[in-house]
Design a protein around this ligand. Structure first.
Ligand code: NAP
Length: 371
């Protein structure tokens, strides 16, 4: 059995990955070892059959014993560890959820329902670095897969509504603390309380020094943050930049026609699952009923939601999709502001298809070819 070292298994993405690997019995076909940057030597029961002793994630001599390393630890870890391992002539496969390597020429962004052929070819050519795409990119590509297959897309503008968990486990906890502090500020809530007084209490709390905002640097509960990731010189956030460049890299890798993507990425107070309002410029007039059919039948994960109020409210929300592999796609209609402009709203669990699932499937592709 191949030796697979897993780093970052207790983080947000890593925990979901481990959960999915159990659901799919992936651990039965690999010899799994668990690494930690902070708790090496500790014992954990991740495998059902036995306790595992955590290995030191900074010990290159332990890491190079692995055939495959799968990291959900984050970009700083990748920057620190991959190069020294390659310097030691480690020729194993590195599978990563972090963005660090995505745009490198020796790394492939993996989203196998879209670029499996390209992945197979890259394996044959000896590629060793495999990276899951940005969460909103992978979710968007699967949501509009039907339009991509038909080469119907000229450009996409994506307005995102991204959950706290997109920033990691600690940030998710900070959102919960903020929610608690806001509701704690309302201990005098009564049926006849003045709404203006209650609102004033909330505003005072969220703008006070004692409000917890160590990680987000701003109130997220009861508010939003219109910037995700670093600031680039052209006015885009790095998250917005990723939308365009990663989409193009994934599509081109598999011979699909590439298209431009730009928009605005916003953090909202949802716990889990990212939503996106897409404006899609089609390159030709296409009947709406056929567009709906293309989207609905593109892959097994699209859950097409007819454009009516009842079904949209019920199915197109983080609350409805969190924890599920299906990606809800709805509010599909032609916009009235120009020719061939399509409106689509999509919601998917960014920890599943947006992060853990593409790397889990890549691990399976590698273990199935018995390197
Ligand atoms: P995370 O939740 O912050 O976890 C990263 C590491 O933080 C863990 O492996 C753990 O390492 C350490 N950690 C410290 N205190 C912790 C605590 N109380 N609970 C859990 N972990 C703790 O990061 P993540 O969101 O999983 O992201 C990992 C990588 O995936 C990042 O590069 C991110 O950009 C990328 N990614 C994330 C998402 C997403 O939606 N979150 C989506 C796509 C890609 P030790 O056990 O070694 O201490």
């Amino acid at each position: 059995m191949l030796k697979v070292g897993i780093i970052g298994w207790r983080g947000m993405v890593g925990s979901v990955l481990i959960q999915r690997m159990h659901e799919e019995n992936d651990f039965e076909s690999i010899d799994a070892h668990f690494f930690s940057t902070s708790q090496s030597g500790g014992k954990v029961r991740i495998l059902k059959s036995q306790e595992s002793t955590l290995l030191d994630a900074f010990d290159a001599d332990e890491l190079i014993k692995m055939d495959i390393l799968l990291s959900c630890q984050g970009g700083d870890y990748t920057k620190k560890m991959l190069h020294p391992l390659r310097e030691k002539n480690w020729s194993g496969h590195w599978v990563d959820a972090a963005s660090t390597l995505r745009m490198n020429s020796d790394a492939m962004i993996v989203l196998d329902p879209i670029n499996k052929e390209a992945i197979d070819k890259a394996i044959e050519k000896g590629n060793k670095n495999w990276v899951g795409g940005n969460c909103t990119v992978s979710l968007m590509l699967l949501a509009i897969h039907g339009l991509i297959k038909k080469d119907l897309v000229e450009w996409v503008s994506s307005m995102t509504y991204q959950a706290a968990s997109g920033a990691g486990a600690q940030n998710m906890k900070e959102l919960l603390i903020q929610m608690g502090e806001l509701s704690g500020s309302l201990d005098n809530i009564k049926p006849d309380s003045s709404i203006l007084d209650l609102d004033k209490d909330v505003q005072l709390m969220m703008n006070s020094e004692r409000f917890t905002k160590k990680l987000f640097n701003a109130p997220l509960a009861g508010s939003l943050i219109p910037w995700i990731d670093e600031e680039l010189e052209n006015g885009q956030s790095r998250e917005e930049w990723k939308g365009g460049v990663e989409t193009n890299k994934i599509l081109k890798s598999n011979g699909h026609k590439a298209f431009n993507v730009d928009g605005l990425c916003v953090r909202i107070g949802a716990m889990r699952s990212h939503s996106q309002a897409l404006t899609i410029k089609l390159n030709k007039d296409y009947p709406i009923k056929e567009i709906e059919l293309l989207i609905a039948s593109a892959n097994p994960w699209v859950n097409f939601v007819p454009n009516n109020k009842e079904k949209s409210i019920k199915n197109l929300s983080p609350a409805a999709v969190s924890g599920k592999l299906s990606i809800s796609v709805g509010r599909v209609r032609k916009l009235n502001v120009g020719e061939n402009l399509l409106s689509v709203f999509t919601v998917g669990d960014q920890l599943l298809w947006g992060a853990a699932e593409p790397v889990r499937r890549m691990l399976n592709i590698l273990t199935n070819i018995k390197l």
